[in-house]
Design a protein around this ligand. Sequence first.
Ligand code: PEP
Ligand code: MG
Length: 552
Amino acid sequence: MITINGTGIFGGVAFGRIAFYRRRENLVKRVRVGAAAAEVERFLAAREVATEDLKALYEKALAEVGEANAVIFQIHQIMLEDGDYCDSITNIITAQSVNAEYAVATTGDNFSRMFASMEDDYMKARAADIKDISARLVRILCNAREQTMDSGGLVILAADDLAPSETVQLNKEKILAFVTARGSANSHTAILSKMMNIPAVIGTGEALREEYDGKEAIVDGFTGTVYIEPDVETAKEMKEKAAVQAEKKRLLNQLRGKENKTLDGCVVEVFANISSVADAASVLQNDAGGVGLFRSEFLYLKSEDYPTEIEQFQAYKLVAENMAGKKVVIRTLDIGADKQAGYFKLPKEENPAMGYRAIRVCLDRPEIFKTQLRALYRASAFGNIAVMFPMITSVEEILTVKRMLREVRAELYAGGISYSDTMEIGVMIETPAAVMISDLLAREVDFFSIGTNDLTQYSLAIDRQNPMLNKFYNPRHKGLLRMIKMVADNAHAQGKWVGICGELAADLELTGTFLAMGVDELSVSPPFILPLREKIRRINVSECKADALSEL
Ligand code: PEP
Ligand code: MG
């Protein structure tokens, strides 16, 4: 047995086979071929396989995310049959005597450029679809579709590191646990693993070797240990640990349907953080009161091009409908830093966390921002949507945002499109500057949501992506707690509500302190909802008040 140690970022025990994550290298080379007819045959065969895959994807999406989102896979099937598209591919193969991969990739580029330059919004949106179906065909032709994740059964996923855009594309149903050699405990990849409810160990360093691919292992996310080819003793011990966990989970499930009420009658909202439409299922399963943070940028990270207004509208509408009247707080695009999508073409930066991200990108590129705002407003007619803005540092920014919101409402009104007039707007408090002007910001918005992940990073001058700094990253720092109190007081002075949506919201050691401060809402990853409820129901706020606040 080999034992590897790292940092556990989400508890739980998983038993299974290790599978190394392999990145898709889709560099298509132009190769001259002797028999063009055989290449045409290869293309036609790949097209058949792609059609079958798309049929299966349609059925899966239909069951998981509903007709409105599944329909895209039917559109893709129709596009694969398009005469012009197929003629272009076969022409390139025969005229130039080249390989099918090259002909498909070239046609994909040409057609997507052509669609992107069209006036009509619907046609413009098809550019991304052409890219998508072409990439699918290329993967099939290169035999690159049998990725570790798509093949076989459930696996423990091992990787050197995973970018948020990679993590979000993984098929959750096929992953028992994550193990990565690098990575920071405060990164978005770590946050995603919590949302997925998957045991995770990061930062194992060189000890995680590719030669373990295919070997049986046990991951203990509580202690951050991975056992490769475990011995009988260890396996027995881990089975017992898993059984204790299962029993705890069973007991927690009994809290479903119960109130988040303290012993002395204080009620606090417990909401969920999500990153996709599909996450709404675990929000409901865990009985959250609503969604406190929908990280909308993951819609962009999953996509190969800017998601259109219609695509976004459908996603937001579906979450709002699934939540059936419960509040859904959608955070506008927080792209940049570790969350990069190639098509944004954001510049490479020396210091990305302190750089060009979130609201800064949105205000600089109003066409992208307004598309999202239109989609949000349109979805607001179908449920209880609220919207909040990330990385705000000044009152001017929020005034500009409000002006854009007015313009969007006016456009929708003029177009006869319905939207909610009463959609709440809020700002994320995640910079020290926002804390210090929270009295002024509170006059401009309906609520605050404190992003303690970034607030910790910016207050303590600690890059949350840098694993070397994990030991210095202390969100319980008195400086942070004082800031949270100040923000809560400033919000309440203006009659506005205040929530916490950073990871600190799930820190049960601090629940009493947050309640004593009067925090109105705590938004956490779905698996933390019931443990948090359990904690709240054991608290006496009046007792906490004196202690917690006098220590600050
Ligand atoms: C935060 O910064 O606390 C937050 C919730 O946003 P994110 O983790 O997505 O940066
Ligand atoms: Mg943040």
